[in-house]
Design a protein around this ligand. Sequence first.
Ligand code: SF4
Ligand code: SF4
Ligand code: SF4
Length: 365
Amino acid sequence: MGTSPVTAIINGKTITAQPGMTIMQAAQANGIKIPSLCFHPALASSGACRVCLVEVEKNPKLLPACTTPLTEGMVISTHSSKAVAARKFVVEMILIRHPLDCFSCESNGRCDLQDLAYELGIEKSPFQEKGSVCTDYALDDTNPFYIRDMNKCVLCGRCVRACDWQSGYHAIDFQFRGIKTTINPPVGRKLEESDCVFCGQCVQACPVGALTEKKAVGQGRPWQSRTVRTTCAYCGVGCQLDLHVKGDKIVRVTGTEDGMPNKGRLCVKGRFGYDFIYSDDRITRPLIRVRKGEHKSPDDEFREASWDEALDLVSSRFREVIEKHGPDAVGGVSCARSINEDSYSMQKLFRMVFKSNNIDHCARV
Ligand code: SF4
Ligand code: SF4
Ligand code: SF4
């Protein structure tokens, strides 16, 4: 593979792309959208859905844009009548087994299949025979985190690849053949008995309503919420999150696809563990212990204080102890929920200000 940029023509526009890019990647890098159900920029392409078929000059067959390398001088048409007809046929085939309950579907407004059908002017599949509607899989909502509705699965395999490549578990895969093909944990096992750790990466990767966060059900449509980017507070990895907020309430959490260090990935805590924010048990102001005797005792009480008062007390107590017993009498353990920068600042405080090397981190092994 050469190192010089590759030049090609897509829809009459001359583009340049990095060597090794597929037609899909080159198109995206140049702001040209090629529809797809199975393509996801963070996952290896599989060419599973055939929605991204494009016409390439001098090629008798349509080529899948997501797996075909862009080569020098290619002339590509993403929306020629031949490509659009093929795409329409593929979507109509997918719709043979897909329920058309978009009104009540939780993914209404963020569903790639819905967008495709709209773009291609498809109301329903012409191949659906009377009386042979869809599949009839039971809804799997036995776990507390997400619901699986295999009737809505388009078999794009994004969940399988997300579980395998992004999460590293391979807890699910394709099973059975033909119209009966589904995505499942190992045969005969429930999800809870599989290797699944409920990170929800598969849910984030799913382009349709086959996988849905349980807590998001009935919490509003995507256009009713705004996205707030933040850092997960659970551990020092500091994953970047997108909070989907309706009014003042978080209704869903997804990993920020272009954010480091996690690049869209989250663990079960970061994705699903946001209920604590609304807990009445949360301590939102500093508390100062009021001793009932000379030593710490269960009878002690806590009174609310301002941040200034609490921080003044902490600094005066440090000063007192150091003056009386020397810097080795104090030590600090930083918390795994702190970000790296805070842990760094804390060790600086101990080493440079208190002159003590008694500093550690609770996650150190
Ligand atoms: S929740 Fe995570 S581990 Fe479980 S199937 Fe989905 S991606 Fe795999
Ligand atoms: S569950 Fe979703 S992501 Fe997985 S194959 Fe089906 S449609 Fe694709
Ligand atoms: S708790 Fe999970 S999601 Fe949050 S920062 Fe740590 S690894 Fe990332």
